[in-house]
Design a protein around this ligand. Structure first.
Ligand code: PGA
Length: 230
């Protein structure tokens, strides 16, 4: 049994974004070559927008960092509006001025790319309403590898909400093994609908049924807003 983790609580999503941007800014200042696993989803978008403002103001430089894709739907074209690769590029890579990226094409290619990077320095993660990390759907043990899989009904539903249309039933995700090996993990959680799953992840038993519960094995920082915790 690993210890309980207490999040840093921010008043609202905007304050969360400031605190998360502070954390990420400090990391890239300490290591300009930071390799970063980059979640999409709604939660980190205000954080990425705040980082973009800081880059624009000349306060921080991401040009030597590497952005690594966390997950993707299967069977979509490059110009599909639902492409998570494009979402990462639009929200993070381009506005922050990164020039190095790792795209998630296949488990073999991805594993080799992570090895070439010398591992991940930082994983920026959201929390699935069902406890997933990336598309490591429940149940996912801590050694679950990078793989293709079928999305659960809960994820099909929550992901449909991003686009207003259905998403593919299949996906590829960075493995739990890759995520849990990151030197730092930053979990961002916003909104009352995440409260139950956040408490399960940080206070409940470690279990494949809540893949995020294994994050307590890592050098974990959790930033949540009040609605998601109290
Ligand atoms: P959200 O997604 O940030 O849009 O809530 C998180 C997730 O499903 O991993």
């Amino acid at each position: 049994m690993v210890g309980e983790v207490t999040p840093t609580i921010q008043a609202d999503a905007e304050q969360l974004a400031q605190a998360a941007a502070d954390f990420i800014t400090a990391q890239v200042r300490a290591n300009p070559h930071l390799s970063i696993l980059v979640a999409t989803g709604n939660t980190p978008m205000p954080t990425y927008a705040e980082l973009a403002r800081r880059v624009e103001a000349g306060d921080v430089d991401f040009s030597r960092a590497t952005a690594v894709q966390l997950d993707e739907y299967l069977g979509i074209e490059d110009d599909d509006p639902r492409s998570l690769w494009n979402w990462m590029r639009r929200s993070f890579v381009e506005p922050l001025g990164l020039t190095r990226t790792v795209r998630l094409h296949s488990p073999g290619q991805f594993g080799a790319a992570i090895r070439d990077l010398g591992g991940l320095d930082l994983a920026i993660l959201g929390l699935g309403p069902n406890g997933h990390l990336g598309f490591n759907e429940p149940p996912s043990p801590p050694d679950a590898p990078t793989r293709t899989l079928a999305l659960t009904p809960a994820s099909l539903e929550s992901n449909r909400a991003y686009w207003g249309v259905a998403v593919p039933a299949g996906a590829i995700t960075a493995g739990m093994d890759v995520i849990l090996a990151a030197r730092q993990t930053l979990l961002l959680v916003s909104g009352a609908h995440k409260r139950g799953v956040l408490h399960a992840a940080l206070r409940g038993p470690e279990t494949p049924e809540v893949p995020a519960s294994f994050l307590r094995r890592t050098a974990l920082t959790v930033i949540a807003d009040e609605a998601a915790w109290t």
